[in-house]
Write a protein that binds this ligand. Structure first.
Ligand code: KG4
Length: 338
């Protein structure tokens, strides 16, 4: 079964062609980062307009790269939630129109379910159940993945997402947007014990997280150093910051994996590319004897292939959208599209 898959929830326009869920025939992507860098962050209205100009050309490119014709497409899938609503709606409407024109089913997909599914592409043998740590620019979730389309949110951030913290701190340091990857590079060789940054605990919620205090503490440290004319040891600051993020995530993943008893941990999302988090997850899983699955670096960020993969399993579960299918800025990962 061949799925044309569309992703437009934030600042990447992506269209992929995926066969039977796990074989990626084409994965075309256009990043808008250069444009948003001018403003130090994603400007939603600009994102929507850029998706609009890119999407149909990108779909043609993906079909060509896959070596198929439009007639070979069996279904069209698209991210319908969560994301910047104007951006999401561009992909939803394009995909609905394509499905209607081709007279094939339309499959709505939850964006973070897609991030998890990136692992099915990286590891052809991977199957649920497992615990997933989903960390990206807009989401930080711990998910009990009981089956391909049966999952439950068991932990989440109460405020900022981990990626958002990397981005804000990097912006204040002036090291680029999005800030996660440059912060990661900067941290190499730094002393992670040099700066003490806080890790918050949420009372009576052992799998929930909070990053806003860490973000404020990091920004205060930068501003105080500036005011006193002191120079920060940037590699050590970046290493200490990555340690604080990882020290918040890892114990909660450990708790979730222990509670569910699956013995299998999966990471997902843009921040899952972070070398400190990947290393700490590896240490944790080695110590506990759990299997660990980390997505290929090129599949950590937003892409169309992951939507095609999850779309396939949603299709098998009977999920279909009609022409009235809406897009949503937020949606519980455990909830199915109806
Ligand atoms: O998954 P993604 O592409 O978009 C969302 O769905 O949000 O994630 C983007 C986020 C950004 O916040 C970016 O700074 C972060 O992933 N990121 C990283 C790294 N690479 C990307 N964060 C930490 N370390 C990295 N190496």
């Amino acid at each position: 079964m061949i799925i044309l898959a569309v992703e437009s929830s934030c600042d990447e326009t992506a269209v992929a062609v995926v066969r039977d869920g796990r074989e990626v025939l084409a994965d075309a992507i256009i990043s808008q980062i250069e444009m948003h860098t001018l403003y130090g962050g994603v400007v939603p209205e600009i994102a929507s307009r850029k998706h609009l100009t890119a999407i149909s050309l990108l779909a043609d490119q993906a079909i060509k790269e896959a070596g198929i014709t439009r007639k070979d497409i069996d279904a069209v899938a698209a991210t319908c939630a969560p994301g910047l609503i104007g951006a999401v709606l561009v992909g939803v409407n394009f995909a609905k129109a394509a499905a209607y024109a081709l007279n094939v089913p339309f499959i709505p997909v939850h964006h973070v379910r897609g991030h998890i599914a990136a692992n099915y592409i990286t590891y052809p043998e991977l199957e649920p159940p497992f615990v997933a740590l989903c960390v990206s620019g807009g989401n930080t979730l711990i998910v009990d993945v009981r089956d391909y389309t049966d999952m439950q949110l068991i932990g989440s951030t109460r405020d900022d997402a981990a990626g958002e913290c990397f981005d804000k701190v990097a912006r204040v340091l002036g090291i680029g947007y999005p800030g996660g990857a440059p912060m990661d590079r900067l941290a190499q060789g730094g002393d992670d014990t040099k700066y003490h940054l806080p890790c918050a605990h949420v009372t009576d919620a052992p799998m929930d997280m909070s990053f806003s205090g860490l973000k404020t503490a990091a920004l205060n440290l930068i501003h105080n150093a500036e005011q006193k004319g002191e120079e920060l040891d940037l590699p050590s600051f970046a290493a200490s910051f990555a340690k604080a993020i990882s020290d918040t995530l890892i114990p909660r993943v450990a708790y979730a994996a222990q509670q569910t008893g699956y013995g299998k941990v999966v990471a997902a999302g843009g921040v899952a590319a972070n070398s400190r988090i990947r290393g700490d997850l590896a240490k944790l899983c080695e110590k506990r004897g759990w299997e660990l699955y980390l997505p290929a670096l090129k599949l950590c960020g937003d892409n169309g292939a992951m939507i095609g993969c999850q779309g396939y399993y949603e299709y098998l579960a009977g999920v279909r959208g009609d022409l009235t299918q809406n897009g949503f800025a937020n949606m519980d990962i455990g909830k199915a599209f109806e």
